[in-house]
Design a protein. Structure first.
Length: 255
C-alpha cells in the first residue's frame, strides 16, 4: 500500500484551504441565471447558451453534488481515533477530513451554483476544476490512510467516492478544452466579420494638396515717364518793321 499521502504537509493543506475557501467578491456575487425568450440559458455577455451545453454542465454538477453528499456521509462514519497508528498520523488525517468537510459544505456548493448560473463562464469553470483537483489530492490521502489503518468497508466506500470525483474532474477538463476551442473559433469568426465589414465601407478619396513650387517669371519693371509741364505761349511783340494796315485815306475837300 502506497502511503505517500499519509504525511501530507500542513503547507499543502493550508494551500488547499486557501484555494477552496478564499472566494473573491466577484465569485461571491454570482449573477443570477439568465434565460432568453425561448427559455435557453444566456451567458453574461448576452449570447444564448445551447441546450446541449446546458445539459452537459447540469449533468456534471449533479454528479458532483451526489459525490459530495456521499463523501460527507462516508467521512462522518470514520473512527480515526480507533486506528492502530501513531497520534501524528491520526491528527493529520483528522485535519484532512475536517478540511474536506468544510470544502464540501461551503466552497464546492458556491462554485457549483456559480457555474450553473453561467454554464459557459470560463473563469467559473476553471475555479471549479482547480477546487476539484485540490479536493481529489487531499481525499486521496485520506483514502490511502483508511486503507492502511481503517476497516475495509470504509476504504471501499471512500474509494468509490474518489473515483467519482476523478471521473468528474476529467469530464470537466474536457469541457474546458471544448469551451476554449469554441471561444477561439468565435474570435476568428468575429475578426473575419470585422474585416469584411471594413472592406464594405467605401473609402473616402484622399484629399490632394497641390504644391506649386515653380516660381513665375519676373516681369521687367515698368519705367514711369516723367511728368511734362505745359509750355506757356511766348508773348507776341511788335517790331518796327512789322507791317500794319494803313488807315484809309481821307478825301480832300473841293477847291
Amino acid at each position: 500500500m502506497n502511503l505517500k499521502h499519509i504525511g501530507l504537509p500542513l503547507t499543502a493543506l493550508s494551500l488547499f484551504s486557501t484555494a477552496t475557501f478564499a472566494q473573491s467578491p466577484a465569485t461571491a456575487a454570482a449573477p443570477t441565471h439568465l434565460y432568453s425568450v425561448q427559455g435557453n440559458a444566456v451567458s453574461p455577455q448576452g449570447a444564448p447558451v445551447s441546450y446541449a451545453s446546458v445539459t452537459q454542465v447540469n449533468g456534471l454538477l449533479a454528479q458532483m453534488e451526489a459525490a459530495a453528499k456521499s463523501t460527507q456521509a462516508d467521512l462522518t462514519r470514520l473512527r480515526i481515533e480507533r486506528w492502530k497508528t501513531d497520534n501524528s498520523a491520526k491528527k493529520q488525517t483528522l485535519a484532512d477530513v475536517d478540511s474536506i468537510q468544510r470544502n464540501l459544505q461551503n466552497a464546492l456548493p458556491e462554485m457549483i451554483g456559480h457555474l450553473r448560473n453561467s454554464p459557459e463562464d470560463m473563469p467559473a469553470t476553471f475555479n471549479l476544476y482547480r477546487n476539484l483537483d485540490a479536493l481529489y489530492d487531499v481525499l486521496g490521502g485520506v483514502v490511502e490512510s483508511t486503507g492502511a489503518f481503517g476497516p475495509k468497508d470504509d476504504f471501499q466506500s471512500l474509494s468509490n467516492d474518489l473515483s467519482t470525483f476523478e471521473g468528474t474532474r476529467k469530464q470537466l477538463a474536457e469541457r474546458m478544452n471544448t469551451l476554449a476551442s469554441a471561444k477561439e473559433q468565435e474570435i476568428v469568426r468575429l475578426r473575419s466579420d470585422l474585416k469584411t465589414a471594413q472592406a464594405a465601407i467605401p473609402a473616402a478619396p484622399p484629399k490632394k494638396t497641390v504644391v506649386d513650387d515653380t516660381e513665375p517669371p519676373k516681369k521687367p519693371p515698368v519705367k514711369k515717364k516723367p511728368a511734362t509741364t505745359a509750355k506757356k505761349p511766348a508773348p507776341t511783340t511788335t517790331t518796327p518793321n512789322s507791317t500794319q494796315t494803313p488807315p484809309p485815306a481821307q478825301p480832300k475837300p473841293p477847291q
